[in-house]
Design a protein around this ligand. Sequence first.
Ligand code: TMP
Length: 201
Amino acid sequence: MGKFITFEGIDGAGKSTHIAFVADYIKQRGVELVSSREPGGTPLGEKLREIVLHETMDLETEALLVFASRREHLAQVIEPALKRGAWVISDRFTDSTFAYQGGGRGMSLAKLEALEQWVHPALQPDLTLLFDVPLEVARARLDATRDLDKFEQEKADFFAATRTEYLRRAAQFPQRFRVIDSTQSIAAIQQQIAAILDACF
Ligand code: TMP
């Protein structure tokens, strides 16, 4: 079995900057790597992503669509790759649903747990890197971006609740979560990530 690594954080936390670094770091070890994202990661998942990021909808519809995208992602990409020994990195996974639909939008965590049990009863990431920043820092980064999607246009209290739920999950699952202070310099963060990855090989 390969390893499954996920990247999490509120919009503007800066995780994207570090995904390429992690991909290169793993490939340098001669391991087959699959780099993917959610919502998305498959042709159907990418169509669902467009809908989830741009259409207004009922909260539970939104949760069902991200889990539908995830089921397809697991079946088509993640599970086959892990089985053949490849490593998989995913820009977001189920912790995003707990943080955004659960924390941010207030959906029942019990319902999300039921969906998680249905869609991936046994599989969890081996490692989850949570990029954490104060809300003002995230907001300033987003304000420098054009064409904000539906989530990026949310207000401060939405992101405060999203961040709180992320940190609650990190405390609940300390064996797989590593919380990274994303206000540090890129070099300092990369050094920290390299040390975390070294422990995985
Ligand atoms: P990204 O721009 O970081 O790729 O994330 C896409 C957006 O989708 C981001 O604002 C978070 C949101 N999202 C959810 O609300 N629930 C989910 O389960 C996932 C995977 C993403």
